[in-house]
Design a protein around this ligand. Structure first.
Ligand code: SF4
Ligand code: SF4
Ligand code: SF4
Length: 358
């Protein structure tokens, strides 16, 4: 087994998975991203966080040499690094959400975009074929029925309020589609990362910008006006993560739901949209310009929401001229599950995939 096959197998052992294909496209992807030496180093990484000193000691290498190598691999998006309890730590990250999304700037080439596009149908079918869901929709909460409780993790502004550091970078899915000749009109640079640590993004100068909390909140306002769907990790508590703002045309997650029959890629929010027929003016904006899931249908001038297609994003609510759409609670028996934290999520996902936590 060559080094890329070994790395592919190791990535497939992570909770998210990295399925093998008959064509071997996943190996071509790894060859685009890693040199053989880098693949060998990635193979020696652990999914749990370790400092450069810990890794150097474990592998019997000089600390400075190891630090330089790890930093270089982080800049190339081959491994992950984050600040935890004031220390910079490094870890093996999954292919998605992880290595692929880290291919910033020139690292995302047309060749890589084409290979990813070839891999996406099988990748999404396997990753989205079992729970718990990879990511979850965070609803635009201005649309939630007034007397309903909104939990902290269901409110994108509360998630941001709690965090201490923020970064914004280009949306990889929109960049990928642009490279393939399908550039959409939505804003490119609004993929947010947040962390509960102060100065979490100071160590690495990566493509994208470090921004303030106020700037992050402005980006959220703008994405809601544009009709983008917020989503994040499918857990209640996270020490940091991403807030993706997804468009229906390019987003891998939304496309997986609609095109590739991969239900466990994106969990719906706890809500479902409903239209008040008495006040609805039948303008069609919600169906024609807003809903990313084609969940709103029209019958003889009457608009209604197809609950099983609705992901509870609230995108339709924002522009309804007569305020006829609201988000109401989805019946408890029909809700998508959410894990408490990433550890719980990873364990449950490995169980669902018939694997054991290492
Ligand atoms: S998942 Fe959505 S927001 Fe995130 S990179 Fe893809 S389109 Fe952009
Ligand atoms: S946007 Fe509002 S008024 Fe227009 S069709 Fe939809 S629910 Fe009715
Ligand atoms: S009807 Fe469409 S836009 Fe409205 S909440 Fe459901 S999925 Fe989102």
């Amino acid at each position: 087994m060559d080094i890329f096959e070994q790395l592919a197998r190791k990535l497939d052992e992570l909770p998210e998975g990295f399925p093998a294909t008959e064509s071997g496209v996943e190996l071509k992807i790894l060859r685009e991203i890693f040199s053989p030496d880098e693949a060998e180093m990635a193979l020696m990484m652990r999914p749990g966080p370790e400092t450069a000193e810990d890794i150097a000691e474990r592998l019997g290498k000089p600390v400075v040499e190891m630090g330089t190598l790890l930093d270089d691999m982080v800049r190339k998006g081959q491994i992950g690094s984050l600040k935890m309890d004031g220390r910079q730590v490094y870890r093996l990250v999954p292919f998605v959400v992880g290595i692929y999304e880290y291919q910033r700037g020139d690292r995302l080439t047309r060749e890589l975009a084409e290979l990813f596009e070839e891999y996406l149908p099988l990748l999404s079918k396997k990753l989205g074929g079992h729970g718990p869901h990879l990511t979850r929709v965070v609803p635009i909460n201005t649309g939630i029925k007034a007397d309903l409780q909104i939990l902290q993790h269901e409110d994108v502004r509360q998630i941001i309020e709690k965090a201490k550091s923020f970064r914004v970078q280009d949306c990889i899915c929109r960049r990928e589609q642009a490279l393939l000749g399908n550039r959409c009109e939505y804003t490119l640079k609004n993929c947010l990362q947040y962390s509960m640590e102060e100065g979490a993004y100071d160590y690495f100068k990566l493509d994208g910008d470090i921004i303030s909390k106020e700037e992050a909140l402005i980006i959220i306002d703008e994405t809601e006006k544009e009709g983008l769907v917020h989503n994040t990790y499918n857990v209640e508590e996270a020490i940091g993560g991403f807030i993706c703002n997804c468009c229906p045309c390019c987003c891998g997650l939304l496309r997986c739901l609609k095109e590739f029959n991969a239900p466990y890629i994106l969990a719906r929010s706890r809500y479902v949209a409903t239209i008040d027929l008495d006040s609805c003016e039948s303008c069609g904006i919600c169906r024609d310009e807003r809903c990313p899931m084609d969940a709103i249908v029209e019958d003889d001038g009457e608009y209604r929401v197809e609950g099983e297609r609705c992901i509870g994003c609230g995108v339709c609510v924002v522009t309804c001229p007569s305020e006829s759409i609201i988000l109401v609670d989805r019946p408890e028996s029909d809700r998508d599950e959410m894990a408490e934290n990433m550890i719980d999520w990873g364990k449950r996902r490995l169980e669902e995939r018939g694997r054991h936590a290492g």
